[in-house]
Design a protein around this ligand. Structure first.
Ligand code: 13P
Length: 256
């Protein structure tokens, strides 16, 4: 059975002081919700502080991005070794990085290979834009992002990968996908692509999350689907009651 997984992607929100305040309220409540893998992904500058606050809890810490090179002349970038010092997880290929910072399936793949090398659990994001959705290209786009992004990964590391299906039209819009639509992409496109890459058994072991306007009130609709193993949460991860509510739904829907 796949352990349910809920991660909060804070995006570019919360100063160190604000992060401290949020985590000191949220962490004790989240810590009680065992059985779900729970991960917080604050901005880089707050990682050190949040890492200290999470010591002794069962909660994981993730970065929102990283470079693929170990070190060197890459002004403004953060290396996998630096992320590894503080975090167990890293989000890769978020649609905002693809849209605003020129990330491609190729750069996502390089970063994923670096995550494998540095033993970081990657959360790899895929998802179609509104235009692609409107022109019925979802299956083609998501399949190709999965196949190209995860190319060359070893079958041993594959089960560590977490894939997040985030339709771009559902992110930050308050217009979440339906549970049935996300299930059809996650079970009908992403898992078959994973099976093509790594074989059926490894594909069954990989967690596939849904992301895009998840809230405490719609979370159960997603977690009740067989191929939705959790959520990557944006806006609602900045609110204690919402995020704790989402993890609570994961626990009860998945029976852990
Ligand atoms: P929202 O939950 O704010 O729609 O963001 C989803 C997301 O992009 C998480 O990575």
């Amino acid at each position: 059975m796949r352990t349910p997984f809920v991660a909060g992607n804070w995006k570019m929100n919360k100063t160190i002081a604000e992060a401290r305040e949020l985590v000191s309220t949220m962490a004790p409540q989240l810590n009680a919700l065992t059985g779900v893998e729970r991960v917080l992904c604050p901005p880089f500058v707050a990682l050190n502080e949040v890492s200290s606050l999470l010591k002794g809890t069962g909660l994981g810490l993730g970065a929102q991005n990283m470079h693929w090179e170990e070190k060197g002349a890459f002004t403004g970038e953060v290396s996998p070794a630096m992320v590894k010092e503080l975090c167990g997880y890293v989000i890769l290929g978020h649609s905002e990085r693809r849209a605003y910072f020129g990330e491609t399936d190729e750069t996502v793949n390089r970063k994923l290979l670096a995550a494998q090398k540095f033993d970081l659990t990657p959360i790899v994001c895929v998802g179609e834009t509104l235009e692609q959705y409107g022109s019925n290209r979802t299956r083609e786009v998501v399949s190709s992002q999965t196949l190209l992004g995860l190319k060359g990964i070893s079958p041993e590391f594959a089960p560590r990968i977490v894939v997040a299906y985030e339709p771009v039209w559902a992110i930050g819009t308050g217009k979440a996908s339906s549970g049935a639509n996300a299930q059809s992409v996650q079970g009908g496109v992403i898992r078959p692509a994973l099976a093509e890459l790594f074989g059926a058994d490894a594909a069954q072991a990989i967690r596939i999350l849904y992301g895009g306007s998840v809230t405490a009130s719609n979370a159960a609709e997603f977690f009740s689907q067989p191929d939705i193993d959790g959520a990557l949460v944006g806006g609602a991860s900045l609110k204690v009651d919402e995020f704790v509510g989402i993890v609570t739904q994961a626990k009860s829907e998945k029976g852990v």
